[in-house]
Design a protein around this ligand. Structure first.
Ligand code: KIV
Ligand code: ZN
Length: 387
């Protein structure tokens, strides 16, 4: 049987940390409802200690969403954990996600703590969080640059303290896919009580590798991926939910697991997040960019018109697009041109008329990025008038 891959969406927490992407309480609730419709398993709604507004937003999301688990972030500090516990009270199912840095540079320069103190604080934080919920996630921040043996010690201790999810963040997006996959495998094989917890990953995109690193981790045993809609997040962002989900769904020949995501909701969620944050989606963005299922070249259009699988590895409809799209431009061929005319109900009487119209179309296409339906209508009436 295929394992379940848990999708933990952090658009409302790490996504909101993108400079300029902060959201109101009402906006967070709208996005959370869209994530719930998509059947996201866990929604990280915010960082309740960060502000009164964020506390209230987590509370509102916890009250509004019933089918997804709602999570609040907390540093390994009593005040943070108590605040998260309080904000999550209205939730049907809650999780506290507590974290402390474990890399040498973070422990020395940021926390100014000895490694033993870090372990002590991590254990204390998990135990305190367990007083509010039996679902506690622990993250060793900057795990991607931490000493692997030290990571093993911290993680073994927090499992004993009651953490049921161990999230391994590549906080600064430093890892390469093979390396990150090996790290997950080593942790699972070395930590004596590893089978008592689910391994999760949280990858940043500083080198453009967040999705690749997440997928490598899944192949090596991670069963939760933390991600955001459109890859929003601190600096260059997080792993994009739509890319992780569709890679796993499309390549079931490789992955031993699958998500429960209703993929037909992806485009709607992407547009909602883009509209609310004002962060435009680049046209060539995988899955959700307007060109993700568009074909312009004549060779591709001809292939797709004969059989969509020639140039499409997924169906546009499966991720929520109405259909795939033939873009008429200077690279387009006669087959796509003729098909579009037929779709517009334009009947040309002879092959000679079609040839004349196609020549005029190519002349126009050389002057424009895209030839739209209105251009075609005008072009055809001109062609018929000329003859
Ligand atoms: O990137 C990171 O390390 C985080 C943690 C809080 C999980 O966002
Ligand atoms: Zn992060």
């Amino acid at each position: 049987m295929t394992d379940k891959l848990i999708i933990f969406d952090t658009t409302l927490r790490d996504g909101e940390q993108s400079p300029g992407a902060s959201m109101t309480k009402e906006e967070k609730v709208r996005i959370a409802k869209a994530l719930e419709r998509m059947r996201v398993d866990v929604i990280e709604a915010g960082f309740p200690i960060a502000s009164i507004g964020d506390f209230e937003a987590v509370q509102a999301v916890a009250a509004a969403v019933k089918d997804s688990r709602i999570c609040g972030l907390a540093r390994a500090l009593d005040a943070d954990i108590d605040r998260a516990g309080e904000a999550l009270k209205p939730a049907n199912a809650s999780r506290i996600h507590t974290f402390i840095a474990t890399s040498p540079i973070h422990m020395k320069m940021k926390l100014r703590m000895e490694p033993e103190q870090v372990i002590e604080n991590a254990v204390k934080a998990v135990k305190r969080a367990r007083q509010y919920t039996d679902d506690v996630e622990f993250s060793p921040e900057d795990a991607g640059r931490s000493d692997p043996q030290f990571l093993c010690r911290v993680l073994e201790a927090v499992i004993d303290a009651g953490a049921s999810t161990l999230n391994i963040p590549d906080t600064v997006g430093y890892n390469l896919p093979h390396q990150f996959g090996d790290l997950i495998k080593m942790l699972r094989n070395t930590i004596p009580n590893a089978d008592k917890a689910i391994f999760s990953v949280h990858c940043h995109n500083d080198l453009g590798l967040a999705v690749a690193n997440s997928l490598s981790a899944v192949i090596n045993g991670a069963r939760q991926v933390e991600c955001t809609i459109n890859g929003l997040g601190e600096r260059a962002g997080n792993a994009a939910l739509e890319e992780v989900v569709m890679a796993v769904r499309t390549r079931q020949d490789v992955f031993p697991c699958d998500t429960n995501i209703d993929t037909t909701q992806i485009v709607t969620a992407s547009r909602l997040v883009s509209g609310i944050t004002g962060f435009a989606v680049q046209p060539n963005k995988a899955i959700v960019g307007v060109n993700a299922f568009a074909h312009e070249s004549g060779i591709h259009q001809d292939g797709v018109l004969k059989s969509r699988e020639t140039y499409e590895i997924m169906r546009a409809e499966d991720v929520g697009w109405h259909t795939n799209r033939m873009v008429l431009g200077k690279h387009s061929g006669r087959n796509a041109f003729r098909t579009r005319l037929q779709e517009l109900g334009i009947e040309l009487e002879s092959e000679a008329e079609l040839n004349a119209a196609f020549t005029r179309f190519k002349e126009l296409a050389d002057k424009k990025h895209e030839v739209f339906d209105e251009d075609l209508q005008a072009l055809i009436s001109d062609t018929i008038d000329v003859e």
